[in-house]
Design a protein around this ligand. Structure first.
Ligand code: GKR
Ligand code: MG
Length: 445
């Protein structure tokens, strides 16, 4: 999917000559192995799509970025990649203007896609921002490499040397339905004992001090039991439970009451700002979200109504690292806490998450990351968690190097796929185990 350089300058963006001008953009869609992790919609596919973006400047510097790789993201990335050559990697405002020109005006495209999901309502605007974020990260990486500065320095400088992450626990099968995909040795986790065993391994292997359980899988009383078992096994450690909006207001309040003494926060117990506001009115447990506040336009109502006390930022769908900093400033102004969301991702995104996290003074909570579940990567040196944290790299750019052989292998898997896995569909994956499975309506309980 390599794109050719083009001469076409778009009004409102600075066509730049010189060493920092983009000479070439390469888009490489890949499929990465993913374990059979359960959520309220189904189970993760054996392989999930990601898109790797390479931006090459006139002086031969290459910057890398990563974002979602489903077809609808690739469809937006292709015209942006074609239009970018000739523009400076330092012109990040111009990147957004360019994206508006080539991917459609947000006023026209907003809300044209509304399929719901684990990341909140999906709008075309959010989709486009998720694509731009991968380009923004690649430009920042190139700029950092060209100037000898780490990305955190380009963002204003780090305020911490390490970034804390939380263990991301999932109910899971031992293997994928029908034996597809890559095997691992984690075994099943389908009850409190399984969840505690998984947490123990996360704590021993990576040093994580806080734990988040992906809920919405089993009836709430079973998930309450699992959190209670974690609290008993790890006394005093911060615990989070996230059913991705699967519960009614009443159920959410019951869970909040039962777990009030052990939860750091309850994440998206109910599925809309309206329901979250009702839950928040009835509990002292802080409510966090990566579903009802996912775009700027959702902030005002949620904050005014006190629907959420913690927003989980995500540079992918907020539109990049600088917009994540802007979100942080808004949260700070309104006294709302900030944490960080994660979806299945590789080391390029983890590097980007860590750089921006290092620059945000009010990042009050350990960040989520799926990374320990990913056994494959496209960077030469995997990130290593020590004491549950990552050290912020001071190397130029993101501080990671692309592993071309690995990229080629994962791209080959994407090419060889018959299309079945090129779009993540947890409900379809679940139908391999249960042919009658349908995405549950919310509230599920
Ligand atoms: O990967 O199953 C998953 C998660 O449920 C993910 O899709 C969510 O977006 O991790 C996310 C969350 O915190 O809601
Ligand atoms: Mg969540």
């Amino acid at each position: 999917m390599q794109t050719a350089p083009t001469d076409s300058a778009v009004p409102g963006t600075e066509a730049a000559a010189g060493p920092l001008a983009v000479a070439e953009v390469r888009l490489t869609p890949i499929l990465i192995a993913d374990p059979p992790l359960l959520n309220t919609q189904g189970v993760h596919q054996p392989y999930t799509p990601r898109l790797i973006i390479e931006v090459v400047t006139a002086d031969g510097t290459t910057g890398v970025g990563e974002t979602y790789g489903d077809t609808r993201y690739l469809d937006l990335a292709a015209p942006l990649a074609k239009a970018l050559p000739g523009h400076a990697v330092s012109d990040l405002n111009g990147l957004f203007t360019l994206a508006e020109q080539v991917c459609g005006d947000p006023a026209e495209v907003s809300d044209s896609v509304d399929v719901g999901g684990l990341r909140g309502v999906q709008t075309a605007d959010k989709l486009r921002l998720s694509v731009i974020s991968g380009f923004e990260v690649a430009c920042l990486d190139a700029l950092g490499k060209a100037t000898g500065l780490p990305v955190h320095a380009l963002l204003g400088g780090k305020v911490r040397d390490t970034v804390d992450y939380s263990a991301y626990l999932f109910y899971r099968y031992a293997e994928h339905p029908q034996g597809q995909g890559e095997a691992d040795d984690w075994g099943a986790a389908l009850d409190p004992a399984g969840v505690v065993a998984q947490a123990r391994r996360f704590a021993d292997q990576y040093g994580f001090g806080s734990f988040k359980l992906k809920g919405g899988v089993f009836p709430p009383e079973q998930e309450i039991e699992a959190i209670r078992a974690l609290a008993a096994a790890f006394p005093g450690r911060p615990l989070r439970l996230d059913p991705n909006g699967a519960w009614s207001v009443e159920t959410s309040l019951t869970v909040a009451r039962e777990l009030a003494d052990v939860l750091e926060y309850l994440e998206d117990p109910a599925s809309s700002t309206e329901r979250m506001a009702q839950v928040a009115a009835g509990t002292e447990v802080p409510l966090a979200t990566n579903m009802c506040v996912t775009t700027v336009r959702e902030i005002e109502e949620a904050f005014r109504r006190g629907a959420v006390q913690v927003v989980l930022s995500d540079h992918h769908y907020w539109g990049g690292l600088r917009r994540t900093q802007q979100l942080a400033a808004i949260c700070q102004a309104f006294g709302v806490g900030l944490s960080m969301h994660s979806n299945t991702h590789l080391g390029i995104s983890l590097a980007a998450m860590t750089h921006v996290a290092a620059t945000v003074p009010n990042l009050d909570y350990a960040c989520d990351s799926h990374y320990p579940w990913q056994t494959e990567d496209v960077i030469t040196e995997r990130h290593v968690f020590t004491g549950g944290a990552l050290t912020v790299s001071d190397r130029p750019g993101l501080g990671v190097e692309l592993d071309r052989a690995a990229l080629h292998t994962l791209h080959r898997r994407w090419l060889d796929d018959d299309g079945a896995m090129r779009d993540r569909d947890d409900a379809a994956a679940m139908r391999k185990a249960d042919p009658d499975w349908r995405t549950p309506a919310v509230p599920r309980w």
